[in-house]
Design a protein around this ligand. Structure first.
Ligand code: UD1
Ligand code: CA
Length: 450
């Protein structure tokens, strides 16, 4: 049986009180709609149909390819939104999975179970619910004295007795496709002037079907977002899920409450993450590392046995046995070779430091290629920007850059050369040469050490 998916993302999300469409609000670094798509994609035979409306262009730009878009030009309710997707759904589809983009904690496994339950059911609709303590504005699942579902009643339309019901509608449904298209045309208009998707449950019951509701084992799957308080609740749960996954996989989180690990991050065995650490984007960390406290890594690749204290790394690459910090800033394309040390208040951008090179204190290195076993003295700066363009600096192997050297790029320093403290290097320095002064001049050739 072929399964298609429709995800509703056309609403404004008035209760968020935001200029941004609700489904684009970030949850652990990714828009809500990204999470909804991630759960559904592996379960369907064709790209999910995403119904967009409010802020459609912004939503499309954020989501990109890999989905089929349907436009709901006017937001007349969730039933109306599903109907707007019809022309984009393959007519051969047997089963349609409908989910909402503002339910980002629903897991793939949960939706898989729903599909299986639906396939074993006689009813053309199968729904999902959870028993919870907080309504969050959700519809109530009304059952008869035999425990059979008879309707979903929206919070705004519920009687006081119905409001007391603790079983809530999740908004994840499986439908027989043909039955769904027909039922959508029969939904009555609500007192608020909307077409509620929830009303199709009542229609199925009226036609004599026994509608089943899959009650979530873990009610956190049912945390949906209608305002920013719910957003924070969802963020907490998602962080906890990811943190627990890594702890069970052999990573120590000294303080999980203050550790933020985004969904795409990968961590190696026996790595220890210290408090207040944020691992974002496609960050990959090897084994036996110690990261933090107070550290942020964004889209950064780190080898094994690396130690990073109180630092900020973005789009950087760090080889094995490197030590960083406290207070280092690695920016895009900062590439540190094996065993490199960079320390207090050092910034590196678009530069490579070869294996074993050290830069302990107060330096800026930009657009530079530095060889191996180079010592960069305190306060060294590559003056790479001339007001118009960025110029390169090249430093060979075994070079000793004296404290407070200014390397006025473009400039090259040959292997084994030395710059004196306070030198301002404006011209290339050949290998085995000591230069000193402002501007730096050759003082003598170095003796061969052998
Ligand atoms: C809906 C359900 C409610 C359920 C709750 C939990 C209905 C009528 N109510 O209420 O039973 O407990 O979700 O998830 O279905 N949307 C559109 N077009 C529209 C309206 C909404 O695409 O015209 C989209 C929104 O972008 C959102 C989703 O549908 O992703 C839900 O809309 P929302 O207004 O939040 O519905 P709830 O009030 O939460
Ligand atoms: Ca909602």
């Amino acid at each position: 049986m072929s399964v298609a998916s429709i995800i509703l993302a056309a609403g404004q999300g008035t209760r968020m009180r935001s200029k941004l469409p609700k489904v684009l609000h970030p949850l652990l670094g990714k828009p809500l709609v990204w999470h909804a798509l991630r759960a559904v994609k592996p379960l369907v035979d064709s790209p999910p149909v995403l119904v967009v409306g409010y802020g459609a262009e912004a939503v499309k730009e954020a989501v990109g390819d890999g989905v089929t878009y349907a436009l709901q030009a006017e937001q007349l309710g969730t039933g109306h939104a599903v109907a707007a997707a019809k022309s984009q759904v393959n007519p051969q589809t047997d089963i349609i999975l409908v989910t909402f983009a503002d339910m980002p904690l629903l897991r793939q496994e949960t939706l898989q179970k729903l599909i299986v339950l639906h396939q074993s059911s006689e009813s053309p609709v199968t729904m999902t619910s959870f028993i919870g303590d907080e309504a969050r504005g959700f519809g109530r699942v009304v059952r008869n004295e035999h425990g059979h579902v008879i309707a979903i009643v929206e919070q705004a339309d519920a009687t006081p007795e119905q409001l007391a019901i603790r079983e809530y509608n999740v908004s994840a449904y499986c439908f027989d496709a043909d039955w769904l298209w027909d039922a959508l045309e029969r939904i009555p208009i609500s007192p608020k002037g909307e077409y509620y998707l929830t009303d199709v449950v009542g229609l199925a019951v009226q036609s004599g079907y026994a509608v089943e509701s899959m009650v979530l084992e873990d009610p956190t799957d049912g945390i949906g977002l209608n305002n920013r308080v719910h957003l924070a609740q969802a963020e907490k749960v998602l962080r906890q899920r990811i943190n627990e996954k890594w702890m069970l996989a052999g990573v120590t989180l000294v303080s999980p409450e203050t550790t933020v690990i985004e969904a795409d991050v990968v961590l190696g065995q026996d790595t220890v993450i210290l408090p207040n650490t944020f691992l974002r984007g496609k960050t990959i960390i090897g084994e036996d590392c110690e990261i933090g406290p107070d550290t942020t890594l964004i889209n950064t690749k780190v080898g094994d046995k690396v130690k990073i204290i109180a630092s900020y790394l973005e789009f950087a690459q760090v080889a094995d046995n490197v030590t960083i910090g406290p207070y280092s800033h690695l920016r895009k394309n900062a590439i540190l070779g094996e065993g490199v040390h960079i320390g207090n208040f050092s910034e590196v951008k678009d530069s490579t430091l070869g294996p074993g090179s050290k830069m302990g204190h107060f330096s800026y290195i930009g657009n530079a290629k530095i060889g191996q076993d180079v010592n960069i003295g305190a306060g060294t700066i590559t003056c790479n920007y001339d007001g118009k363009k960025k110029n390169p600096t090249e430093i060979g192997d075994h070079v000793f850059i004296g404290s407070d050297t200014m390397l006025v790029a473009p400039v090259k320093i040959g292997d084994r050369s030395i710059t004196g403290a306070g030198a301002v290097v404006t011209r290339d320095v050949p290998p085995d040469t000591l230069v000193v002064g402002v501007p730096a001049k050759e003082k003598r050739k170095m003796e061969k050490s052998d």
